[in-house]
Design a binder for this molecule. Structure first.
Ligand SMILES: Cc1cc2nc3c(=O)[nH]c(=O)nc-3n(C[C@H](O)[C@H](O)[C@H](O)COP(=O)(O)OP(=O)(O)OC[C@H]3O[C@@H](n4cnc5c(N)ncnc54)[C@H](O)[C@@H]3O)c2cc1C
Length: 475
């Protein structure tokens, strides 16, 4: 069925994650008319919070932290003081040892043993000496880590965790991933920091406190959505299927809601949907080389299993990292340690993250199979007793992480060169730009686009630190 052509608005925004919402919110505040199209029933994208029978959880715990002072003020203002300052308490389980994260020197020494710690140091010193005479830049994660931290630390920690997160050999993971903000790397940096504090890099990911809304990270998206009322339409359950262009401009977008198809048009188009989806939606089709480049960009997907428990608390930690391949999930978090309002009184929940590709065994497991695997795993780790399990929710999240395979950058550049021809198309966000953005980067990219489209929206433009600017330079 055809729903006809929508009114022309100032901006059509594709995707209702934080990047699209921030752009939409600021444009609405500047009295611009906006149509925002979101495939899911709710907004927030990767940064949404799911609620079921009084239990709440993010799609993998989301902490808000930023070096961008303007953005920080924007988020605090948006939440109108309704946020918690949470102390980070993380643990890494490695070889039957629980390590503090950030690591503490004594904990590291007792966990690794003095002789391993000494070998790590010797390896590190050797590689640093070799680095002075290396002239070729490292190409892969393996090259980079061995060169910076030594092979022993690479084998001890980086290899298993990186391959678990990314699902490919470390020799095929591009170094650009390291140059951006990398959670996995920071674990390794934490190890180096603990054993050799003078050499380890200080990073914001090692910060010990973060901002968190009491009802979950999705509150940020909800506030942005609420601020969009006056001049906007937010179309949920609606998928972008086609973008028509002519004479270097996007002319209209075709969207589908169930069996209803409709057409919307606007002066400008802000795309935050995955870059690959944008390229395949364009009509006339982009040149074959651009389609080929887009098809080579892969994303890592995620299965999240939340297990609700009839007990007040399991741990006192915000995150538990599980790098070893013998444990099927890579990370666990307990939302009640982020905010007590994430579960009914006297109850708690654990949320396990499985990094995977669509079509992997875990992706195709039924809810009861995925629950059983998770509950067994958590019980084997000594965290829970099966008898306490009340309920579970299994979610499959496509395009959770852009996968930085060696060579991806050239594909991105080729695609960007092609997209540059469109005067009224602006890409933003994590999947939209195929960048390893955190929430603050995603929001900042939405802000920058809004500022480019409206002087009033530029109010929040004063970038004091601008990590996104830096990331943009990295491409
Ligand atoms: C497990 C995990 C943990 C994370 N933890 C943190 C953290 O602690 N701190 C932090 O700062 N960041 C964290 N992040 C990163 C953060 O989630 C993202 O940077 C941010 O949410 C990206 O927002 P976005 O709007 O760019 O993209 P998205 O959230 O991906 O939004 C894109 C939107 O487009 C929609 N869409 C896709 N295709 C279509 C289509 N064809 N039609 C219509 N709509 C479509 C999607 O449904 C989605 O809502 C984490 C990410 C993951 C996966």
């Amino acid at each position: 069925m055809h729903g006809g052509t929508g009114d022309n608005c100032d901006a059509v925004i594709l995707g209702g994650g934080l990047a699209g919402l921030t752009a939409g919110y600021l444009l609405c505040q500047a009295r611009r008319s906006v149509a925002l199209i979101e495939r899911q029933a709710s907004v927030g994208g990767l940064a949404r919070t799911v609620e079921t029978k009084g239990f709440r959880f993010d799609l993998g715990g989301h902490r808000f932290i930023t070096c961008d002072a303007t953005l920080d003020a924007f988020v605090r203002d948006l939440l109108a003081g309704e946020y918690l300052e949470v102390d980070r308490s993380s643990r890494i389980l490695l070889g039957n040892n629980w390590f503090h994260y950030p690591l503490r020197p004594l904990n590291a020494l007792s966990g690794f043993g003095v002789s391993t710690a000494v070998k790590i140091l010797c390896d590190y010193a050797t590689e640093r000496a070799k680095a002075c005479i290396h002239s070729t830049p490292p190409v892969s994660l393996e090259d980079w880590v061995v060169r910076h931290y030594g092979r022993r630390l690479f084998l001890l920690y980086f290899k298993d965790y990186s391959e678990k997160v990314w699902g490919i050999d470390c020799r095929n993971i591009a170094t650009e991933w390291i140059e951006q903000r990398v959670q996995g790397l920071s674990l390794g940096v934490a190890i180096v920091n603990a054993i050799m504090p003078r050499f380890g890099a200080a990073r914001s990911t090692l910060a010990t406190r973060f901002l968190y809304p009491p009802l979950g990270i999705g509150q940020i998206a909800e506030r942005l959505r609420q601020g969009m009322h006056a001049t906007s339409r937010v179309l949920n359950n609606t998928t972008v299927v086609r973008l028509d262009h002519a004479a270097d401009r996007i002319r209209q977008v075709t969207v589908r809601n169930g069996d209803q198809t409709s057409i919307l048009s606007g002066e400008n188009y802000v795309s935050t949907i995955p870059l690959q989806s944008l390229i395949t939606a364009l009509q006339p089709r982009p040149p074959a080389s651009v389609l080929a480049a887009a098809s080579r960009l892969r994303s890592r997907d995620l299965v999240v299993v939340a297990v609700m428990l009839d007990r007040p608390r399991v741990t006192e930690h915000t995150w538990i990292y599980l790098p070893e391949s013998k444990i099927p999930f890579g990370r666990v978090h307990e939302p009640t340690n982020w905010s007590p309002q994430m579960a009914p009184a006297g109850k708690t929940l654990l949320v396990a993250e499985y990094f995977c590709f669509r079509g992997d065994t875990i992706w195709n497991r039924t809810t009861s199979e995925a629950t059983r695997l998770t509950v067994d795993g958590l019980e084997r780790l000594g965290l829970i007793d099966k008898r306490d399990v009340l309920n579970s929710v299994v979610l499959r999240i496509p395009n959770a992480y852009p996968l930085f395979e060696v060579g991806f950058k050239q594909h991105c550049e080729h695609i960007q060169d092609y997209l540059d021809q469109f005067d009224n198309l602006h890409v933003a966000g994590r999947g939209g730009t195929f960048s390893y953005y955190n929430m603050d980067h995603a929001m900042r990219s939405g802000m920058d686009i809004a500022a480019g489209l409206s002087a009033r929206a530029a109010l929040w433009q004063t970038t004091e630190v601008g990590p996104v600017d830096k990331m943009a330079q990295l491409g």
